[in-house]
Design a protein around this ligand. Structure first.
Ligand SMILES: [Zn+2]
Length: 271
């Protein structure tokens, strides 16, 4: 009779994913780290949440040699501004709020709501979606980039640590650009190197995505190597037909498939 016990590395493990949605939204903005890898860097990066989860599962399979990994709990931690009913009237009531700021804020809030909805459509839970009432002081803080939404970071660590304790045989991925949460993780869950992995933008990108961190992910080496978005761009981009331009190597999508007989070229290199 063949032994039915699975070896440790063949456990039916799940990968639980905890996303800092506010950070991910930022790195998908026009001109950001992900958008720069495409042939349309001045447009927001069309992030594919389902594609991301399956790419992450494949990454963990490859890193651990465990073929039985599948996706588990998916959580998007994010905050969304609720705009008051009289928001359009703010410029007439509050001198420091300019009309174009009202329009810009409405666009950004709408874009973030759409982004969160895409995550929910892909199976992410909204249990950690915070709604924050817009206030005039928040508008000013957003203006000079001093607004901090600490509730997202702290909830992300709390959910990650709880998940790690509840399911020690699972893998737990933290999707964030803020390595400042790692000291807290190390204190609360010293075994983190075994089954926690980091999903972030590549550290070679010395851009604003990492500027708020005092700690570096590189100081916290986990057994599973980080999943870097830039190295998996094709997998996390929306679109049925994705190509790399023969001339510039940038990623682009087309509505119709490019015939196998012609070399793929982005819009700029087609003309
Ligand atoms: Zn090109």
């Amino acid at each position: 009779m063949w032994a039915l016990t699975l070896k440790k590395e063949e456990l039916l493990s799940k990968i639980n994913v905890f996303v800092d949605g506010s950070w991910l939204f930022k790195v998908c903005k026009a001109g950001s780290a992900l958008a720069k890898g495409t042939a349309s860097p001045t447009y927001p990066f069309p992030f594919d949440f389902s594609g991301f989860v399956s790419a992450l599962v494949d990454h963990v399979k490859a890193e651990t040699g465990n073929d039985q990994v599948s996706s588990g709990k998916l959580v998007l931690c994010t905050s969304i501004f609720d705009l008051p009913d009289d928001f359009n009237d703010w410029p007439t009531k509050i001198p420091e709020v300019l009309p174009d700021k009202v329009e810009l804020t409405k666009r950004v809030v709408h874009a973030k709501e759409t982004f969160s909805q895409k995550a929910k459509d892909a199976g992410f839970s909204d249990e950690a979606e915070f709604h924050v009432k817009m206030k005039p002081w928040i508008m000013s803080a957003l203006d000079n980039d001093s607004y901090q939404e600490k509730q997202v970071d702290t909830t992300l660590v709390a959910l990650l640590v709880k998940s790690a304790f509840d399911s020690p045989d699972d893998y737990h991925a933290v999707v964030s650009g803020d390595a400042d949460m790692l000291p807290a993780l190390r204190v609360a869950y010293p075994d983190y190197t075994k089954n926690v992995l980091v999903v972030t933008t590549h550290p070679d990108e010395l851009d604003s995505d990492h500027k708020h961190s005092s700690y570096s992910y590189l100081d916290y080496k986990c057994d599973i190597d980080p999943f870097y978005f830039q190295l998996n761009l094709e997998r996390v981009m929306e679109g049925n037909h994705k190509y790399r331009c023969h001339e510039c190597g940038k990623l682009f999508t087309t509505i119709n498939q490019i015939p196998g007989s012609s070399l793929p070229r982005c819009r700029a290199h087609r003309s």
